[in-house]
Design a protein around this ligand. Structure first.
Ligand code: MN
Length: 193
């Protein structure tokens, strides 16, 4: 089994001005490509060869295999959740109900995720995740972490590594995470429930 780059469902300049073409070229074209290439090399001859990304992220010990598999999975979920003109710009149905129940509404969810993204020290991810009972959680993960590690399903991820925003926003992480909501395609997020 070979791990592959996700195919972007939009042009590299389509997410501007929220995410520039230059950022996509580096973030998708260089950073993600490196994680994919590293993972394909690292698994050879190990117990992880032939396993899915999810299986590796759930079971690999901390270290290079986990870091690279986590980042391939994280970035695949990340890049596929965007759309320059989202079919759905807000959640509906079961997900909307759960957001209302667990956070009091979409605005509160956004605010809490933005706060978590600003508060996360160093490199990492903020996720909206759902547990086995259907309850939603916001998780802060260092480095290449993913909620699957804690038996929760990732629904929506905000990358707060500097490589995700530094070209476009420099040190202003808060401004970047505020903007990211404009390009979230909620139909993709709902499909992950
Ligand atoms: Mn990244």
């Amino acid at each position: 089994m070979t791990y592959e780059m996700p195919k972007l469902p939009y042009a590299t300049d389509a997410l501007e001005p929220v995410i520039s073409q230059e950022t996509i070229n580096f973030h998708y074209g260089k950073h993600l490509q490196t994680y994919v290439s590293n993972l394909n090399k690292l698994v050879v001859g190990t117990e992880f060869e032939g396993k899915t990304l999810e299986q590796i992220v759930e079971s690999a010990p901390d270290g290079a295999v986990f870091n690279n598999a986590g980042q391939v999975l994280n970035h695949t979920l990340y890049f596929l959740q965007f759309d320059p003109k989202p079919i759905k710009n807000h959640p509906t149905g079961k997900l909307a109900d759960a957001i209302k129940r667990d956070f009091g509404g979409l605005d509160n969810l956004k605010q809490e995720m933005n706060q978590a993204a600003i508060a996360l020290f160093g490199s990492g991810w903020v996720w909206l995740a759902v547990d086995a009972k259907g309850k939603l959680h916001i998780t802060k993960e260092p480095n290449g972490g993913n909620p699957l590690r804690n038996k929760m399903k990732p629904l929506l991820g905000i990358d707060v590594w500097e490589h995700a925003y530094y070209i476009d926003y420099q040190n202003k992480r808060a401004e970047h995470v505020e903007k990211i909501w404009e390009i979230i395609d909620w139909s993709v997020v709902e499909s992950r429930m």
